[in-house]
Ligand binder design. Structure first.
Ligand SMILES: [Zn+2]
Length: 291
């Protein structure tokens, strides 16, 4: 016997994850500040970039910053930015990648290649770099910190923005940025600190980029952090394919889901959605330059 499939079942792909439907469009276009179009989750194929860009544009996410944070990802990013006017790029060796390359003796050549790719005029970001004490154990801390310092220096030498990955390492991230001298345009990607870390970043002039995590039920601390972030220092991102916002938590994320995060952020910040959208676009252009 056959029974009619319900909508959620129809929307479930072979991998078992739900497939999000488009949210209501934003009134003013915004930028997804950090996405990984080269990364596919287990059991999935990377999405078609043209389709991703079109789906995002249809709901008011007119531009995005593609982040390639290993050598294959960085090469992919440098070719992608030539093909899609909506996309700018960032390249770096991820904090979990640097210790691995250091251990295999290939870090120096990897740095050379990242630096060469970063010279592209549409690669406007060095990132994501920083520290990850969650995935990398104590053995890798030295290599991570050296790599972080190298990337900070590269951003300053090339006059690019810096995007920071900070997982369970707030104190050391802030300390090393202060020791090295942060670039003029420094973005805390997928901000994950509490209200005191947020205040420290705001005071130093960094931008705080919020991901779908700010919509999660248990993310009270993150919403408190957002509530003390001024309108001219806030950015939004997906970190796709990870961290899909509510009500699609656990699904594969993509730039077209940014409106869900933006609406929650406007509520937390006590501003209208159009006002926040305008700020998000202006801040993105200020940090990365026009495109
Ligand atoms: Zn990322």
């Amino acid at each position: 016997m056959t029974r009619p499939m319900t909508a959620p079942e129809q929307a479930r792909p072979a991998g078992g994850r739900r497939v999000p439907t488009p949210p209501a469009p934003l009134p003013i276009p915004v930028v997804d500040n950090h996405t990984h179009l080269d990364i596919a989750r287990d059991g999935e194929e990377p999405a078609d970039v043209g389709e991703v860009v079109a789906a995002a544009a249809a709901v008011g996410v007119d531009r995005m910053v593609q982040i390639g944070c290993d050598l294959p990802g960085a090469r992919f990013t440098a070719t992608l930015v030539d093909k899609h006017p909506a996309i700018l790029g960032g390249v770096a060796l991820h904090p979990n990648e640097a210790p691995r390359l250091a251990a295999s003796g290939s870090l120096a050549t990897a740095y050379e290649e990242i630096e060469a790719l970063a010279g592209h005029p549409r690669i406007r970001v060095i990132g994501e770099t920083g520290l990850d004490y969650f995935r990398t154990g104590p053995d890798g801390v030295g290599a991570q910190q050296d790599s972080f310092r190298w990337h900070i220096d590269l951003a300053k030498r090339l006059g690019k923005a810096l995007q920071i990955h900070d997982r369970d390492a707030h104190d050391d991230v802030l300390r090393i940025l202060a020791e090295e001298g942060a670039p003029d345009r420094t973005v805390m990607h997928c901000f994950s600190g509490d209200i005191s870390v947020a205040r420290a970043c705001v005071e130093r002039g960094y931008l705080l980029s919020f991901a779908g995590t700010v919509t999660f039920k248990n993310a009270r601390e993150l919403r408190d952090a957002l509530s003390v972030t001024p309108l001219d220092q806030v950015l939004v991102e997906t970190d796709a394919p990870y961290l899909a916002p509510v009500p699609w938590r656990g699904a594969t994320n993509a730039p077209f889901l940014v409106p869900l995060t933006v609406r929650v952020m406007a509520d937390v910040m006590g501003v209208s959605v159009p006002m926040l959208c305008e700020a998000l676009s202006e801040n993105s252009e200020r940090v990365y330059g026009p495109w």
